[in-house]
Design a protein around this ligand. Structure first.
Ligand SMILES: [Fe+2]
Length: 141
């Protein structure tokens, strides 16, 4: 089953960003699948949680570098949102390490956060980044 379905309205028109967002969605779906196996394996869960976290953090860093180069006026505010979310996911990682059952709460958090962030917050930097890098709408795969 697909837990999170990509929707066209989430496309920003910056191909590289859309591909990264889609990859995060794919990680979330894998986390859902792995955690809903009849007997989920801790090692497998650990690996996917770590990969998802690492990828999300490097995606944030990538977005931040684009915003900074494009001199996005709301950079600090956006970075603060990323930092808060990073803290939250790190706390999930810590709990998981301590043997707590966190996958359902983590999935709910990711589910609630990601699309809202793309639609409302990321949307704010898209135009200025496109303008700065002279990006024409590039369809993502
Ligand atoms: Fe963002």
């Amino acid at each position: 089953m697909t837990y999170l379905q990509w929707q066209d309205r989430l496309d920003t028109g910056i191909g590289v960003i859309d591909e990264q967002h889609k990859r995060i969605v794919a990680y979330i779906n894998t986390l859902y699948d792995v955690s809903h196996q009849i007997s989920p394996r801790t090692e497998e869960l650990k690996q996917i949680i770590n990969e998802l976290m690492d990828y999300t953090l490097s995606h944030f860093a990538f977005e931040e570098s684009l915003m900074e180069q494009a001199k996005f006026a709301e950079f600090d505010k956006h970075k603060e949102k990323h930092d808060k979310f990073s803290d939250l996911i790190h706390s999930f990682q810590r709990k998981f390490k301590n043997g707590e059952e966190i996958t359902e709460d983590l999935l709910t958090l990711l589910n609630n956060w990601l699309f809202g962030h793309i639609l409302h917050e990321d949307a704010q930097y898209i135009e200025i980044v496109k303008e700065h890098f002279n990006i024409k709408n590039t369809p993502s795969k």
